[in-house]
Design a protein around this ligand. Structure first.
Ligand code: FAQ
Length: 311
């Protein structure tokens, strides 16, 4: 009965085991997961655009092949995540339409432009680096299908982060212009990458509940700090600087002190007023409209096959 299934849900969460699609779950748990997983899926496919912008202009055939593989991986991540969301009783098409109408979000980071080749390096190093810090704990998320999708995604993100690091490493050891281009890209992507982790803990509306349900394992600020600590060291290896004069190691806490990103800017970008919001959604809408004939043909074919199957 009702009390039994609620107790089962609470026991599974307490024991660090997985909730599966067949299990009873509180409606707010289901809705919260649909919100987060859909937003995550949308981010993966919108995230193909800034880098896709450089596919035809990559500086060598090898760089082009690597970037092509990376952008295709993002489409795959979107597919695993939409499939995970569908186990919660929603349809992919419904989620897609909510993205296009602005009722569901995607990550703020993909509303910034990629103006040079070095931006592809900075996205791989910083944006995929931030994505890994955020997503590794999601492999232990309490909802089974989401946790399992994240395992493969994280493996691919590690490759993405390396390819970005490798682009910047090469540029940083190139001509003065190449080095300056790498530094300029890092200067522009640093704060937007810090903002990816979301609002500060005190303003994070979903954190408390998501952490109690073990969807999130660390708070936004904890993950942001982890990312800063990791990235400062890697910047040293690259020989590039992070654009923050306040960066200082605090021996007491064992962490790097840093300047927080501009959260008013984050709010503006989330509200639809970032540099490329319009362009990103317009592109997605066009792709959706252009694909209408494929969806209609597939549906007509499925209907025909179903009719033929009737004895
Ligand atoms: N952008 O209460 P919280 C990638 C919204 S990585 C836009 O703290 P929560 C890989 C939030 O939705 C990027 N909106 O929310 C890649 C909520 O609004 P709502 C995708 C943001 O969920 C690399 C409100 O603010 N990764 O794609 C942002 O507890 C390169 C209040 O915030 C994921 O989605 C933001 N940055 O924590 C692909 C990871 N931050 O929904 C291609 C999974 C906050 O009530 C190329 N998601 N908001 O209207 C998460 O871990 C969480 O959802 C957070 C936000 C941490 C993003």
């Amino acid at each position: 009965d009702g009390a039994d299934v609620e107790a089962h849900f609470a026991a599974v969460i307490a024991a660090d085991q997985k909730i599966e699609p067949r299990d009873w779950m509180p409606e707010a748990y289901r809705k919260g997961l649909v919100r987060q997983i859909a937003q995550h899926a949308h981010s993966e496919i919108i995230g193909m655009q800034p880098e896709g912008n450089w596919l035809t202009r990559a500086p060598s055939l090898a760089r082009k092949a690597i970037l092509l593989a990376k952008v295709q991986d993002e489409a795959g991540h979107g597919l695993y995540l939409y499939a995970a969301a569908e186990t919660l009783g929603v349809q992919r098409d419904e989620l897609y339409r909510m993205l296009l109408s602005g009722r569901q979000k995607y990550s703020s980071i993909f509303n910034y432009p990629t103006v040079t080749w070095a931006d592809v390096g900075a996205i791989g190093w910083l944006v995929d680096g931030a994505a890994i810090v955020n997503q590794v704990p999601l492999c232990r998320c309490s909802y089974g299908p989401y946790a399992r999708a994240m395992i493969r995604i994280c493996k691919e993100e590690s490759f993405h982060q390396r390819q970005g690091f490798d682009i910047l490493y090469t540029l940083a050891r190139g001509t003065d212009e190449q080095r300056a281009m790498a530094q300029d890209a890092v200067d522009r992507w640093w704060y937007p990458s810090l903002a990816m982790f979301g609002p500060p803990d005190a303003e994070s509306t979903h954190s408390a509940r998501s952490m109690a349900w073990k969807i999130k394992r660390f708070s936004n600020d904890e993950l942001r700090q982890k990312f800063v600590d990791m990235t400062v060291q890697q910047a040293g290896v690259l020989g590039l600087t992070l654009p923050d004069d306040a960066l200082a190691y605090d021996a007491g806490s064992g962490h790097w002190r840093y300047t927080a990103p501009d959260f008013a800017e984050l709010a503006e970008v989330i509200a639809g007023n970032g540099p490329c919001n319009r362009q990103r959604i317009d592109h997605r809408r066009r792709a959706y409209d252009d694909g209408a004939w494929v969806r209609e043909s597939a549906a007509a074919y499925a209907a025909k096959r179903a009719r033929e199957a009737v004895p």
